[in-house]
Design a protein around this ligand. Structure first.
Ligand SMILES: NC(=O)c1ccc[n+]([C@@H]2O[C@H](COP(=O)([O-])OP(=O)(O)OC[C@H]3O[C@@H](n4cnc5c(N)ncnc54)[C@H](O)[C@@H]3O)[C@@H](O)[C@H]2O)c1
Length: 415
């Protein structure tokens, strides 16, 4: 077994935290028990590129229980939980290449190391692994039966590959399942982005003006949780429907140039670059807190901010103070990377239970259907998506009604 982790002595602490989260992931545990019996991945080499967290550890153990030989790397250089990585190596014999704080060069080397194992299936978050395979591992592509993609940004990248005719194998866009984006992106990011901001700054949210840039699934969640904590929430958008929805939810909607002047805390969740540009930064008030919860660290123009600053100092863990020559100071959290994963622990396990149930079942779906799937971005079939919701409801001891035969007939009849 090969690995590159920070310190194997951290393994026991990691094991306890993985076990803690396992108890909040009943759907994934039930899939793991079934995989143990059925071994859908028997002898297959699977490459996993996800945030290395307690929840991901439970997914990796589920896939491993299904008979896979799993090699893992991080999907972000700053989100790795080193104790979790250590436990996966020491207690479960997983080959993992991830160290919190690894630089860009090591991050890329780890992607290569994972692809060097000749995997037949890729599980990705943000599409870095899949893109690297397509650019640098052309010989490997025909041997890959398919991939899965966790997040909105990765799905957009893979759809761009499909549109150009470049996608060399079928991909299941896990993010597109209702049981993923309606819960993980909304309730997960809603809670954990605020959690990350609070852990990093210990700032009082009540009474603050908090600007949410982007009112998609994540933005809806962040806005609702910030309002729940007493913030006055301002939303910025480029999509008129989304903007209108925000207005009718009771949020103030402003162009970013105006929001910049009134905001005290900013959270970007657009999946786009420079949602906060240098010009916007120039209009901000002294003390502005800048956080990003979108996938890549490009949403806030940090290059422009560095050019504007006369001094940059660490203030607290995950908080850097940028001083401008006019005396204003801005506070950037987690170097502009996913604040919930860098300054916090990512989403709670209770919601990742749904996302990673989708990942595990998407991998199984690829294995059993790859021969008939075109090289496109697919969604999981509806019955699998609904099946995950049913299992979660069961685990929560919640019963629902079923359509009667008469009702089914009524709904099916146009007369
Ligand atoms: N932090 C996390 O743990 C986490 C979890 C899930 C998704 N994500 C990431 O968060 C990002 C958003 O995901 P989503 O599912 O909400 O996507 P989404 O497509 O549902 O929403 C993005 C919204 O941003 C808007 N937007 C785009 N450019 C903008 C701009 N310049 N100014 C204002 N609004 C703009 C779009 O119109 C859209 O409504 C993605 O990068 C995704 O990968 C992060």
């Amino acid at each position: 077994m090969n690995y590159e982790v920070k310190d194997l002595d951290l393994a026991d602490g990691g094991a306890r935290r993985i076990e803690w989260d396992a108890r909040q992931m009943p759907v994934l545990q039930s899939i793991r028990r079934r995989f143990e019996q059925e071994k859908p991945f028997n002898g297959m080499r699977i490459a996993v590129c996800l945030h290395i967290s307690t929840k991901t550890a439970n997914l990796v153990l589920t896939v491993q229980a299904g008979g896979a030989d799993v090699t893992v790397c991080a999907s972000n250089p700053l989100s790795t939980q080193d104790d979790v990585a250590a436990s996966l190596v020491a207690h479960h014999g997983v080959s993992i290449y991830a160290i919190n704080g690894e630089d860009e060069e090591v991050y890329k080397r780890h992607l290569h190391t994972v692809l060097d194992t000749n995997p037949v299936l890729l599980m990705d978050d943000g599409a870095d692994l899949t893109a690297t395979a397509h650019i640098e591992y052309r010989d490997l592509l025909p041997k890959i039966m398919g991939g899965t993609e966790e997040t909105t940004t990765g799905v957009i990248r893979m759809q761009a590959m499909e549109a150009k005719g470049d996608l060399a194998f079928p991909v299941v866009a896990v993010n597109e399942s209702d049981t993923k984006h309606l819960f993980d992106n909304r309730f997960g990011t809603g809670q954990s982005a605020l959690d990350g901001i609070i852990r990093a700054t210990n700032t009082l949210i009540a009474g603050k003006t908090l600007v949410v840039c982007g009112f998609g699934w994540c933005g809806r969640g962040v806005a609702s949780r910030a309002r729940g904590l007493g913030a006055e929430v301002v939303v910025t958008e480029v999509n008129p429907v989304q903007a209108l929805e925000a207005v009718m939810e009771g949020y103030r909607v402003l162009p970013m140039a105006e929001a910049a002047k009134v905001g005290e805390i900013f959270v970007t969740v657009t999946g786009n670059r420079h949602a906060i540009s240098g010009e916007h930064l120039g209009a901000m008030q002294d003390g502005a807190i800048l956080a990003n919860a979108g996938h890549f660290d490009v949403e806030i123009d940090l290059v422009a901010l560095k050019e504007m600053a006369v001094d940059v100092q660490p203030m607290r863990p995950y908080v850097e103070e940028y001083s401008l020559d006019d005396g204003r100071r801005f506070y950037v959290l987690g170097e502009g990377r996913l604040v919930n994963l860098v300054a916090g622990e990512g989403h709670p396990a209770g919601v990742m239970d749904l996302s990673f149930a989708n990942q595990a079942l998407a991998a199984e779906y690829i294995v059993s259907h790859h021969e008939e799937l075109e090289n496109r971005v697919h969604t999981l079939p509806r019955d699998i998506d609904e099946g995950i919701a049913r299992l979660k409801l069961e685990a929560m001891d919640i019963e629902i009604d079923a359509l009667t035969g008469d009702q089914e007939q009524y709904l099916a009849s146009w007369r």
